[in-house]
Design a binder for this molecule. Sequence first.
Ligand SMILES: [Zn+2]
Length: 203
Amino acid sequence: MMAKSHVIIGVATWFAAAPMLNLPPTDSMYLGLAVVGSLLPDVDHPQSWVGRRTRPVSTALAATLGHRGVTHSALALFGLMALLLHMGNRQGAVSALAVGYLSHMAADMLTPRGLRLAWPLRKTWGIPLCRTGSPAETLIVAAVVGSIGWYLWHGGVRPGRMLHWRQGSAWGMVQGVVQEVTRPVPACSPPRQAHRSGPPPRG
Ligand SMILES: [Zn+2]
């Protein structure tokens, strides 16, 4: 799928997943990490949005492991999560990144090529519904966003209530991600912190 489709599906998936994780959906840092996660698997493709910005890493990955190889597998998802948690990153931040990452893999599974989820095994999984960049892709993105919007609406989420959530902005997302990435990591992993839960703050 196209990068913009991955970002839209990643953000929509994050909005649906965040309440289940007791995390604020519009928090800039979490939203930013979900967007990063939704683009990250394509680091193995030099012509992708993220691949063009991460040369020569993307060129090396494409040459050695190929596109839709290890970075689009369960091994990469769980390996990345385990590594980030081991490095002392907060569980909420890792969860947001993982939700975005997972949404990317789910979206790519809707294309004819499918995914090698059990990489290094060669078997591919997928439901071929659309080709990358085709009108069907736009339809699928609209259907995903519509379904998640319907789900949230029936869960009692209204645009007015969302305004009470901690606000996000494009600059805030960048700041939040940079803060998380550059946050000093303690010498040993701290005890798991409880995340903010309960109803969103009012006013
Ligand atoms: Zn991909």
